[in-house]
Design a protein around this ligand. Structure first.
Ligand code: HEM
Ligand code: HEM
Ligand SMILES: [Fe+2]
Length: 455
């Protein structure tokens, strides 16, 4: 395996930054877990740690997707990227902006007063969960994403080669970029603010990102087992069509209790209940397409790809649908059950997606034919088993919380003080197991193709 176009190497810059941020995300995740047991653990308090944890998550996934997209667009257009120096500039600009934002969060954690008002916006943290970056950073992010999209589209136009896969991928990314904008405006009404904020959060993970996942899945299946383009593209169109049909109005499952009109109970309940269908189709597609293949060289790539399809369905689809009806959600809303779903969904749908793309494309970038996949498998199992147990543990905590808060009517803080500490102890222990898996993954990432293979 080797790459056909020099500019595909740019993907590696993005991957490196992504896996390092992944490590940071999980280190702070473990610190956050420890703070549930010892609230004063660590110099930065829980607010700051939590912000770092979830923002790092979102950013590294986006960075990973960008790298993967540069690779795919070049491959599918059968040409070099339109402007490689621009891509490099865009990469470094992203690194600088992200680092500045992270330092800002840390600075604010040490000195909360530093988050002053500048031109009516906050200097260091805008305060919207998952997308807390301040306005100046929003603007840099928008510029970076526009340069990225320009480069991809120009590559495609200049090569005059349009494929369904790259068209869908770029459509998903354009949708993603547009959906960043509703998160940038302030309104005085908390209801309206939440209304728009969910456009970003929900329409990303259950809209744009799933479209990207569908396109990348098709690409990976083609690369891994030599599946026919017509076949994978046919599946892709079905998946993407169903994602949009169910996911867009599915946004309603966040509008049950925030002050929006009552019809959202119906709209959200009905459409979001259908959301697991496209995810199930993806699992079916992955199995059907890979079943008959025997001698796959890239076993790690195949493994991560199929695991992504399965855990996307389990974490997002199944664990999402169980609390999506208003009749259920009125009990579970905003509890640790939500957090459990958030973890398995992000892990299955997007962490494994980006890691799968890394394992599918990195060997070619490094020019290796075969590599020892044992570390990739081990890290997969450490991460996956630990994650499943983290999720089971906080599901348990969530049930206790639901019971005490919603049935017994205790308030949030009272419940927090009487929780069984073992939930948090187990979560922290499995968190360390997960961290070990990530560490292995990072080591494997840096060593892949650079050591002599024994297998
Ligand atoms: C595709 C990947 C998905 C990801 C990454 C994801 C992630 C998340 C996260 C992080 C939250 C918590 C948001 C917050 O309040 O901070 C959440 C909430 C929620 N998700 Fe998902 N989700 C996905 C798919 C789904 C699907 C397919 C469904 C339904 C079928 C679903 C149903 C819900 C519901 C009902 C809530 C609100 C829970 C509450 O009221 O507290 N999710 N999701
Ligand atoms: C790839 C792995 C991970 C992903 C995708 C992930 C994702 C997330 C998300 C989306 C949230 C916000 C959830 C919500 O508000 O509903 C969150 C919060 C949190 N995560 Fe993670 N996380 C990961 C790994 C870890 C690990 C290994 C630990 C350590 C045990 C951890 C500990 C925490 C804690 C303590 C919170 C705060 C929960 C709360 O506010 O109650 N995470 N994580
Ligand atoms: Fe949602």
């Amino acid at each position: 395996m080797s790459i056909k176009y020099e500019s595909q190497k740019i993907a590696q810059n993005f991957y490196t930054f992504a896996v390092l941020l992944f490590l940071v995300q999980v280190v702070v995740g473990v610190i956050a877990a420890a703070q549930f047991i010892w609230p004063d653990f660590f110099i930065l308090n829980f607010n700051t740690i939590r912000t770092l944890h979830i923002n790092a998550l979102v950013v590294w996934l986006l960075v990973g997707m960008m790298g993967a997209t540069y690779y795919v667009v070049s491959e599918e257009s059968e040409s070099e990227l339109w402007n490689l120096p621009l891509a490099k500039f865009q990469f470094w600009a992203t690194v600088v902006a992200v680092t500045a934002v992270v330092l800002g969060y840390i600075w604010m954690g040490i000195n909360p007063q530093a988050n002053t008002l500048v031109f009516g916006t906050r200097l260091l943290n805008e305060g919207r969960e998952y997308i807390e970056a301040p306005r100046w950073a929003d603007i840099l992010i928008v510029v970076s994403v526009l340069l990225f999209l320009l480069n991809c589209f120009m590559t495609m136009f200049k090569a005059k080669k349009w494929t369904g896969i790259q068209g869908t991928l770029l459509a998903g990314l354009t949708f993603l970029a547009l959906m960043y904008l509703p998160g940038m405006f302030y309104t005085k009404s908390m209801v309206k603010d939440q209304f728009w904020w969910w456009w970003v959060v929900h329409l990303w993970v259950e809209g744009a990102w799933e479209i990207i996942a569908g396109a990348l899945l098709a690409f990976m299946l083609m690369k891994l087992v030599g599946a026919r383009r017509e076949v994978v593209e046919k599946w892709m169109y079905i998946e993407v069509g169903l994602v949009m049909f169910t996911g867009i109005l599915g946004t309603g499952h966040h509008y049950y209790w925030i002050g929006t009109p009552g019809y959202w109970l119906w709209v959200g309940g009905i459409f979001s209940s259908l959301e697991p269908i496209p995810l199930l189709v993806m699992v079916w597609d992955a199995f059907k397409t890979t079943r008959e293949t025997r001698n796959v060289t890239n076993k790690a790539g195949l493994y991560y790809t199929v695991a992504h399809a399965i855990f996307n369905f389990v974490g997002a689809g199944l664990m999402g649908v169980i609390h999506t009806l208003p009749q259920v959600n009125k009990w579970t809303h905003g509890t640790q059950i939500t957090t459990a779903h958030g973890h398995l969904a992000f892990y299955g749908a997007y962490v494994l997606l980006v890691l799968a793309m890394i394992y599918v494309t990195l060997p070619a970038i490094r020019g290796v034919k075969e590599f020892n996949a044992s570390r990739a498998f081990q890290s997969f199992w450490w991460m996956t088993i630990s994650m499943v147990f983290i999720v089971l543990t906080i599901m348990g905590a969530g049930m206790v919380q639901t019971y005490m808060e919603r049935l017994m009517g205790l308030d949030y803080v009272a419940v927090k003080s009487v929780y069984n500490l073992w939930f948090w102890i187990f979560r922290a222990i499995f968190g360390v197991g997960f961290l070990y898996g990530v560490w292995m993954l990072v080591v494997d990432y840096f060593k892949l193709g650079k050591e002599t293979t024994t297998a």
